[in-house]
Design a protein around this ligand. Structure first.
Ligand code: EPZ
Length: 421
């Protein structure tokens, strides 16, 4: 076990580069196993535990994986199993993409129900609705989702909720179905577009990703290709918020500024200076910012995955802020940890009412989930005194080398071994 020890109160200065997007990579890697010919070489892969986990799962299906520095090549021509039922599969959320990928290629998949962060009820009814509409028979028994079809046939599917996972999963299966599939009320997140682009590079025929309607003309087979994963919108947002919280001047590099618009706009509304360059954003701040109201929404709205860092920043901003979490009902659990540092936050259901205090004070905190962990690191960086963040295995699932990146910005942060957690 490891923890992060942070000596807070330093301003942040300098430049860091953002890694490849976790939520794109963990979908693109399962999508790669749909290639029945050739090798998929994927670049800009983030060095995080969730990626390693999905790589182990893919290897267990008899895919050959060669790892390079931030890249991976996957040869899935000799895949010999449609069953994924290991602890790794049960541990992470994105393992559910194996259902769509295996069903698409082999018309059969037996995959254990996924795990992931404990942030609310996480049903997969929309994934199942999509697979069934394509002609699959889907059952769940003994914790395993089994999907089987004689053949998959394109269909019109209107999702009841906007779901990243269901959009991608059904898109995977439909890429190798017979005929045309039209998906409506789909998610428009940058990683949805990235997965569609990857599938198209493998030979799929998908149009409309990034809009409300995706149209997929099924093809007979997919082939290996070279591809580079987009930068991580959420990692970038986390560092932008950290810069605004600690003060100073930080250039967040290797990003697509367009993906950051909802976050940039909120930071500017709060009084931070945000300068957009071609592939980087500079955030400048000095002193306490102004409290604002935030509502999390599907893209292009304010992302739920940076709600916790944002709530942390608002805990020291002037006046009252209201944060409404419309995606995950349990994403305010971390607020109890912030209260140990002196934050004044009242949570009522999906709403947090934040009365900004002038400063947080260091404390021992437990990361309760991935983004909560990142939020606690930000809290520690801006607090007076020493903060310890335990259970950072949650943070390592999604943030590559977090302490090294913050050190490059001048933070006093180190990783130490611990018995806790
Ligand atoms: C993805 O989760 C991300 N995970 C999450 O990021 C992110 O918070 C979420 O999308 C929303 O942006 C990955 O990409 C691996 P959803 P996902 O299906 O796909 C409801 C992080 O911190 N819903 O878009 O599981 C659901 O309950 C993680 O990196 C159904 O009702 O989320 C939720 O309220 C955490 N039925 C809403 O839709 C379904 O079948 C959005 O969920 C599916 C979802």
């Amino acid at each position: 076990m490891e923890k992060l020890v942070i000596n807070g109160g330093r301003k942040l200065f300098g430049k860091i580069d953002i890694s490849g997007a976790k939520n794109a990579a963990v979908a693109i890697l399962p999508a790669a196993i749909m290639a029945s010919q050739g090798v998929a070489v994927i670049d800009n892969i983030p060095e995080i535990e969730d990626v390693q986990c999905i790589e182990r799962i893919i290897e267990s299906l008899n895919c050959k994986i060669i790892k390079g520095k931030n890249s991976v090549s996957i040869d899935s021509t000799a895949i010999n199993s449609v069953c994924a039922n290991t602890d790794d599969v049960r541990r992470m959320r994105a393992s559910y993409y194996l259902i769509g990928a295996l069903l698409g290629r082999f018309k059969q998949a037996n995959v254990a129900l996924p795990g992931g962060c404990s942030i609310g009820v996480r049903p997969i009814d929309q994934h199942i609705k999509g697979f069934e509409a394509l002609g699959a028979h889907v059952t769940i028994e003994h914790g395993v989702v089994s999907a089987k079809a004689e053949k998959l046939v394109g269909a019109n599917i209107f999702f009841d909720v906007v779901s990243v996972g269901a959009t991608i999963n059904v898109m995977l299966a439909a890429a190798l179905a017979e005929g045309t599939t039209v998906l409506e009320n789909v998610a428009k997140e940058p990683h949805v577009v990235d997965v569609a682009n990857f599938l198209n590079t493998m030979g799929a025929n998908i149009k409309g990703a990034g809009t409300d309607v995706i149209r997929i003309v099924g093809v007979k087979e997919l082939k290996g290709c070279n591809y580079s994963v987009i930068p991580d919108q959420i990692e970038a947002g986390t560092y932008m918020i950290a810069a605004a919280a600690c003060g100073g001047e930080v250039e967040v590099g290797n990003i697509i500024p367009k993906h950051m618009e909802s976050i940039s706009a909120k930071l500017m509304e709060m009084g931070a200076e945000v300068i957009e360059n071609e592939d980087s954003i500079i955030v400048r701040a000095n002193g306490r910012l102004k409290g604002v109201n935030v509502k999390t929404l599907p893209y292009p709205g304010f992302p739920t995955d940076v709600q916790q860092p944002m709530t942390t920043l608002l805990s020291v901003s002037h006046g009252r802020s209201i944060v409404n979490e419309s995606i995950w009902e349990s994403r305010f659990k971390f607020v109890d940890e912030l209260k140990k540092m002196g934050a004044n936050i009242k949570v009522e259901g999906r709403t947090a009412i934040i009365d900004g205090v002038s400063q947080l004070t260091g404390a021992v905190l437990k990361a309760t989930d991935l983004r909560a962990g990142a939020a606690m690191v930000i809290a520690g960086l801006m607090a007076e005194g020493v903060t310890e963040v335990t259970c950072i295995d949650h943070v390592d699932r999604g943030y590559p080398h977090i302490e090294e990146k913050f050190k490059m910005l001048g933070a006093d942060i180190r990783r130490v071994k611990t018995e806790d957690c």
